[in-house]
Design a protein around this ligand. Structure first.
Ligand code: SD4
Length: 341
């Protein structure tokens, strides 16, 4: 359990002069929830990112590779049975199956992904194996399960009694509609003061001591989703994208809207054009809002980004988005992300 006292709530963590590399003007909005850290640094979505960052930091502080750090980091919420949106203990689909999505990307542009994977508690490690041991990027469903079992992963029941109870409760009305931060529930980690909602996918980005970037993203997806539904989280370019020349980005929230905008790729490309991380995230959020203004007011989407210089930032549609940052000077840093609404 992490003490709330150790959390540092910050709206402008270590603001620095921003290095704009491109010609594209920065949007004139003055949100400056932007931080800079010397490498190594790791950032992750939501309050549970604090505990995940700690595991990643153990790798980074000893000069380890960012890829190893992000895998170790996101395995923490994957193993947390009280976390109902990632890994074992995640809420099932509408038919009662816990199906997990995850992807990982390294500094060389290698990537691996699994989607609709059942019975395996650590989909991120299966995704890494897809990246490293197969000529493919993505395995889904039965094939992903078979690959995991063939490679020594343990088959286990991922539906906890708590998640089953919540599913049976949901069955009474069967309301199939994404509601802002619906996945809120109790967590082992503390929350930001005033942050009622803590949910969703963990997306993590790390810059290691050698200056290499990697990212990971893992989720049980939208609670009580249709059987077969896959969100943005395992889709390279949507839920996660890393370009070692520029930076990385990851997404959380209603994946359909992230896929429609190829959100994480968009954020990275905006950073390539010179946008600082928070402004790049903001622009991606604004694009979603512009396309479907009415819907955008009712759903949550958040982006998180880290560039090659160790500058980081985030932006979301709705209030309540938080992200965790860890580097040499500041560990257990938790930041309330800015939002459009
Ligand atoms: C997804 N972005 O599957 C993930 C998590 C989620 O509401 O559904 N959140 O879309």
């Amino acid at each position: 359990m992490i003490s709330r006292r150790k959390f540092i709530l910050s709206g402008a963590a270590g603001v620095s002069a921003l290095s704009l590399r491109g010609r594209v003007p920065v949007p004139d909005d003055k949100n400056t929830d932007i931080g800079t850290a010397n490498k190594p640094v790791v950032i992750a979505t939501w309050d549970f990112g604090v505990a995940a960052n700690r595991a990643a930091w153990k790798v980074l502080k000893n000069g380890g590779r960012s890829l190893d750090a992000v895998e170790a980091g996101v395995r923490v919420p994957e193993a947390d049975l009280k976390n109902v949106t990632v890994g074992k203990g995640g809420y099932p689909d509408r038919d009662g199956h816990v199906t997990l999505d995850a992807c990982i990307m390294d500094e060389q542009g290698n990537c691996g992904s699994v989607a609709a994977l059942e019975y395996i508690a650590h989909p991120i490690s299966v995704a890494r194996l897809v990246m490293e041991k197969t000529p493919h990027v993505m395995l889904v469903g039965e094939g992903a399960l078979q690959f995991a079992l063939d490679n020594g992963f343990k088959r286990e029941n991922l539906l906890t009694p708590e998640a089953e109870k919540a599913w049976k409760e949901w069955l009474k009305e069967k309301k199939y509609q994404p509601i802002i931060n619906i996945e809120n529930t109790s967590f082992t980690t503390e929350r930001l003061p005033g942050n009622e909602y803590n949910h969703d996918t963990i997306g993590m980005l790390a810059l290691d001591a050698t200056g290499n970037l990697s990212g990971a993203c893992t989720t049980s997806g939208m609670a009580f989703k249709m059987r077969g539904r896959i969100g943005d989280s395992p889709i390279i370019g949507a839920g996660l994208y890393v370009d070692n020349e520029v930076g990385g980005a990851t997404a959380t929230g209603v994946g359909e809207e992230v896929i429609r905008t190829v959100g994480s790729f968009l954020v990275v490309e905006l950073m390539r054009q010179g946008y600082p991380p928070e402004e790049a995230c903001r622009e991606a959020v604004v694009r979603i809002a512009k396309k479907k203004p009415d819907m955008a007011k009712q759903i949550q989407v958040g982006f998180l980004a880290l560039n090659k210089e160790g500058e980081y930032g985030a932006f979301a549609l709705q209030k309540g988005f938080s992200y965790a940052v860890c580097h040499r000077e500041r560990q257990d840093l938790l930041i309330r992300g800015k939002s459009l609404y």
